[in-house]
Design a protein around this ligand. Structure first.
Ligand SMILES: [Zn+2]
Length: 235
């Protein structure tokens, strides 16, 4: 339907529009600046509305009042124009939230892996001579003893190794698979991986139903442990 701001607004305020045309105009007015201005501020409309107060039947007075309330509610152009920007701001906020969630996922490592890194840093690990290690020596590292620990929810056997100059490495086994670290790099054979967790280097591999985790301060150490134990291979 074509609009005629002046006539539509006047007819609307006078209650002269047919039901369909009235519905159409009420909706149209919300998007049409001219009709909105005409219906809310046009002198003709105001005069008509005022004169109608006297002569209009009660139901029409209610209508006019309702229209005036609507006008007061939506009050003004800035209000009506703000919503697209609010939507845009909402979309931007959502994008930022998604990006933050992804960043957090990268920074937050599974609890068992954080526990393993913590164990590698801890000075005191109470070790026993049983069970014996998978290998007495791995490169410059010699087995010091074995401990039974829980890495978060995962029961694990921890073999502690050290070099003569005090560098430490842990070999950890469990019958339950360790979770994959965020930002892990694949090693062969799958699903082996290498990752940095909380300043420690972790190498994880599965073999014959046992999950292995090598934990040391540097990547070269855990990589050589993985190869020495036949867990991973180069390339
Ligand atoms: Zn219009």
């Amino acid at each position: 339907m074509r609009h005629d701001p002046e006539r539509d607004a006047a007819a609307y305020l006078a209650g002269e529009l047919g039901a369909l045309r009235r519905l159409w105009f009420e909706r149209h007015m919300l998007d049409c600046r001219d009709c909105w201005a005409e219906a809310t501020t046009a002198r003709q409309g105001r005069i008509l509305a005022e004169s109608l107060r006297v002569v209009a039947p009660p139901s029409m007075r209610e209508r006019i009042r309702a229209t005036a309330d609507l006008t007061a509610d939506l009050a003004t152009e800035p209000e009506r124009r703000r919503w697209p920007y609010l939507l845009l701001a909402g979309a931007v906020a959502m994008l930022i939230a998604v990006a933050l969630t992804m960043a957090l996922r990268l920074m937050t490592q599974p609890a068992p892996l954080l526990a393993a890194a913590e164990l590698q840093r801890a000075d005191a690990l109470t070790v026993h001579q049983e069970p014996g290690p998978p290998s007495m020596r791995i490169g410059a590292y010699t087995w010091q003893g074995t401990a039974q620990e829980r890495l978060d929810e995962i029961p694990a056997t921890v073999y502690a190794y050290a070099t003569p100059d005090g560098r430490r490495m842990l070999l950890i086994t469990s019958t339950r698979p360790f979770p994959r670290a965020a930002g892990a790099r694949d090693l062969k054979p799958a699903p082996s991986w290498l990752a940095e967790v909380d300043d420690a280097s972790l190498l994880c591999a599965d073999k014959d139903g046992t999950s292995w985790l090598a934990v040391a301060a540097d990547e070269a150490t855990v990589l050589s442990a993985g190869q020495a134990l036949g867990l991973t291979r180069q390339g």
